[in-house]
Design a protein around this ligand. Structure first.
Ligand SMILES: O=C(O)c1ccc(O)c(O)c1
Ligand SMILES: [Mg+2]
Length: 629
């Protein structure tokens, strides 16, 4: 699978785009005419620059409003085409995209269009050039790849072929089975884009909301599989019109694009009849059995505050690292590590972000395989020197540059707690609060990073995304996206902040970047937990009394239950599957907090309660502009 991306897909000036595209690992680039027109250099300069970056120009596009023109437009259209051919020859590319005509003066008729293409093919052939025809979903007469193919077939010219674009075909829900019988050498190039399902005008949807395959809701992998069945193994080229990408980081968007194609190739390879596609083979997506630990890097002062909070939550210290200043606090299967090292990655993370949950460890079936897959998909492998006898835990960089450790139950990794740690008593033993496992990890990121991390998690791990929901903060909207698996053993919520006045935005500003903002811990009995917490001196986040009248009325709760919820500051929610109970801690280190949940078959995350929780938490963080405590 050869990879390419259109210059229109990312932000910046042409040289900046090309550099990002080359660095991300693409083989080729589509030169979008406007990017070329806006650049000061000659076509030859552009061609040289592209090749200096080690890239090939896969396509020059678009050429508009060509086929079916009546005279005198027709003649002018052919003249225009000759001018484009001149540019192509100087650029050093042999393929141009003609998109279906949208002009009101264009005439219909398959044979008329085929005739125009045959003539254009003759002219292109004289210069050794080729022309690909693409049906725009909103083309005036041609808006279906099956009709475009019929025109190409009737044009019957070796220099005329078809260009397939997943967006145009999938947005119109055209049967992709129709692709399988197209001869592979008549498919000149394949363009790919995904998009979120939004009900809107096709042109507007296409020009503003396309995204990388895997980031949206269209069946792009099925589309590619149908193409692979023809035996096509040429370029797959991303063509993403997206307002956010145009304003984003060229480097990050190009990297996402490359990851999306590699992941797509891997998905298609696993389908029947896709043998033609030459793709990187890699292990399966890693199944996640749970969160093995969460690690904080803190100062001595922060540690005292955090330990007091953990004690009140019913955690006790059970182990210490054999050589590093790291303690393990445990309850049920939950392990929280407190790292006081001032050197190494933890020390660096503290220097940049202050006290933070900078690392998490995922329990996977096979850590080595998970690491191989992650690296094949462009994740950054993390390793730092370890002392003799200590384990080198496979790790990758995740959200905010934090770490994701990968742990399995095989070999030495399965004995991590014996090898790297030794048992330790705690001088304070609180009452257990019956907390069992980590229910979910909530990571706060800038809004424009959400798709990046969504693709990161779903491509590497066996996980799926749920529809994005809006969380209303008194100071703005925060978007929230759940990534989880069927078993409920991996649950991550990504919260995307658009401004810094929201609780999430404040966290990003204070922490100098994205990271874990809260961890939800699961209990099987929220009331027993609440009682133990009270005995431990836990400070629950006070919830407005007004909330309880509303929740009682909304769900028709027994007033006695409402009273109990209110007495313990427990929030309540219900979905079609069951009930949910939530209880929060106050904040630690400018915005981090713990949540305790009980799920009675409930599948969501209490989004409806977020506004009340956020309002209460905001009372605890320092107001904008106030000095730190
Ligand atoms: O939006 C457009 O006009 C447009 C142009 C060229 C393409 O290849 C395409 O898919 C869309
Ligand atoms: Mg296209």
């Amino acid at each position: 699978m050869k990879t390419s991306i259109a210059t229109v897909s990312i932000s910046g000036e042409l040289p900046e785009k090309l550099e990002a595209i080359a660095r991300a690992g693409f083989d080729g680039v589509e030169i979008f005419e406007n990017d070329f027109l806006a650049f000061d250099g000659s076509p030859r300069d552009v061609g040289r620059m592209v090749r200096d970056f080690g890239l090939e120009i896969t396509l020059f596009q678009p050429f508009r409003d060509f086929e079916g023109m009546p005279e005198p437009y027709r003649k002018r259209t052919f003249d225009r085409a000759e001018r484009k051919f001149d540019i192509m020859q100087e650029l050093g590319t042999d393929l141009v995209l003609v998109c279906s005509n949208v002009s009101p003066v264009a005439l219909g008729g398959i044979d008329r269009a085929a005739e125009d293409f045959r003539e254009l093919g003759e002219r292109a052939a004289k210069r050794g050039l080729r022309v690909g025809y693409e049906a725009l979903a909103w083309g005036r007469h041609i808006n279906d790849h099956r009709d475009a193919w019929e025109i190409v077939r009737r044009a019957d010219h070796s220099s005329i072929g078809l260009i397939l674009d997943s967006f145009h075909s999938l947005a119109r829900k055209i049967d992709i089975g129709s692709i399988r019988s197209i001869p592979k050498d008549k498919i000149f190039i394949v363009q790919l884009a995904d998009a979120p399902l939004i009900d809107m005008d096709l042109l507007y949807w296409s020009r503003h909301f396309r995204n990388m395959p895997g980031e949206g809701d269209l069946p792009v992998a099925d589309f590619v599989a149908a193409i692979a069945e023809t035996g096509y193994d040429g370029y797959f080229s991303l063509e993403i019109f997206n307002d956010q990408f145009r304003g984003g980081s060229a480097k990050a968007i190009a990297a996402d694009g490359h990851r999306s194609l590699i992941y797509l190739g891997d998905q298609v390879r696993r389908k029947p009849n896709a043998a033609a596609l030459s793709v990187t083979t890699m292990p399966d997506r890693a199944g996640v059995e749970g969160i093995a630990f969460i690690e904080f890097s803190v100062s001595e002062t922060d540690a005292r505050e955090l330990v007091a909070m953990l004690h009140s939550l019913g955690f006790r210290r059970t182990a210490i690292h054999r050589t590093k200043k790291v303690s393990v606090y445990q309850q049920g299967e939950i392990r929280i590590l407190i790292n006081l090292e001032t050197v190494g990655f933890a020390g660096a993370a503290y220097a940049v972000h202050g006290a933070s949950a900078y690392a998490m460890a995922l329990h996977v079936d096979d850590a080595a395989a998970a690491l191989t897959r992650a690296v094949s998909l462009g994740a950054e492998h993390f390793a730092q020197p370890v002392r003799p006898g200590e384990l080198e835990i496979p790790a990758i960089r995740g959200v905010g540059g934090g770490l994701i450790y990968l742990i399995d139950r095989k070999g030495e990794l399965g004995r991590l707690w014996e090898i790297d740690f030794q048992p330790a008593e705690d001088d304070h033993v609180p009452r257990s609060a019956h907390l069992q496992t980590v229910d979910h990890v909530a990571q706060t990121v800038a809004y424009e990073e959400m798709l990046t991390w969504l693709l990161f998690y779903t491509s590497i791990f066996e996980a799926r995304k749920s529809p994005m929901v809006d969380i209303i903060d008194p100071a703005g909207v925060v978007r929230s996206q759940v990534i989880d698996n069927d078993q409920g053993t991996l649950r991550i919520t990504l919260n995307g902040a658009e401004n810094r006045r929201t609780l999430a935005g404040h966290f990003l500003a204070e922490k100098f970047g994205s990271g874990i903002q809260h961890i939800a811990l699961r209990t099987a009995d929220i009331f027993a937990t609440a009682e133990a917490l009270r005995a431990n001196g836990f400070n629950a986040l006070p919830i407005s009394p007004n909330y309880y009248g509303d929740v009682e009325a909304r769900f028709g709760l027994d007033p006695e239950l409402t009273e109990r919820l209110k007495a313990e500051n427990i929030l309540y929610d219900r979905d079609e599957f069951g009930e949910y109970f939530q209880l929060y801690s106050g904040t630690f280190a400018e915005g981090f907090f713990f949540e305790i949940v009980e799920r009675r078959d409930y599948r969501g995350y209490g989004a409806a309660n977020a506004i009340f929780r956020i309002a209460a938490l905001k009372k605890q963080i320092r107001p904008e502009g106030m000095p730190a405590r």
